[in-house]
Design a protein around this ligand. Structure first.
Ligand code: G4P
Ligand code: MN
Length: 180
């Protein structure tokens, strides 16, 4: 009982931390959805669709864009949530100082050698973003850019396979509609 309460407490600490860090940020959809909907939704894909129960993976999912997109540092994540969670977040964090094309290329290169925990977060992140892309075109994106994102995401997912059948099946359904 006290163990499960500890997990609940730490998960809500994570959700609160991410909400504070992402506050003020919006998604690129026409409704300008609060950004926090994305990390919460990625974590929910893992529990609800992927049947993932590892708290470190769920915590990393909630935190997965804080270092990339806010002033959060990996040291801060390590201090608040431990090195296990911080290491997963590090694996799913792009180096924003690199040019766009290089960042995108490195995701394809690094996918196959990622840890299982990082692969799970990456799979759920891609599934969430591809579902968003099917719903609405992000502000300022051309149809060609949308098409290229589907193709690029399918290449990243190639390197993440053999990790979670349910999530991979959902991704394959999307790719069958968009990637020839
Ligand atoms: N589809 C979609 N994406 C949106 C929306 N609003 C924000 N995003 C974010 O945009 C990112 C994809 O856009 P890009 O231009 O390719 O990437 P960039 O932000 O790294 O420059 C995703 O980042 P990410 O989560 O770090 O993932 P990834 O693309 O790096 O895998 C996604 O979360 C939206 O309305 N729809
Ligand atoms: Mn993300």
């Amino acid at each position: 009982m006290s163990d499960s309460l500890d997990v609940l407490g730490i998960l809500l600490k994570c959700a609160n931390f991410a909400a504070v860090k992402h506050s003020g940020q919006r998604r690129k959809d026409p409704e300008k959805t609060p950004y926090i909907n994305h990390p919460i939704g990625v974590a929910y894909i893992l529990t609800d669709e992927g049947s993932v129960r590892d708290p470190a993976v769920i915590m990393a999912a909630i935190l997965h864009d804080t270092v990339e997109d806010t002033d959060t540092t990996l040291d801060e994540i390590k201090k608040e949530f431990g090195s296990n969670v911080a290491n997963i977040v590090a694996e799913v964090t792009d180096d924003k100082s690199l040019p766009y094309d290089e960042r995108k290329r490195l995701q394809i290169v690094h996918a196959p050698t990622s840890s299982k925990e990082a692969k799970l977060v990456k799979l759920a992140d891609k599934l969430y973003n591809l579902r968003d892309l099917e719903k609405a075109t992000p502000e300022g994106w051309s149809q060609e850019r949308v098409k290229q994102y589907f193709i690029w995401a399918s290449k990243v997912v190639e390197g993440l396979r053999g990790t979670n059948r349910q999530i991979e099946n959902s991704l394959d359904e999307i790719f069958s509609r968009h990637v020839l």
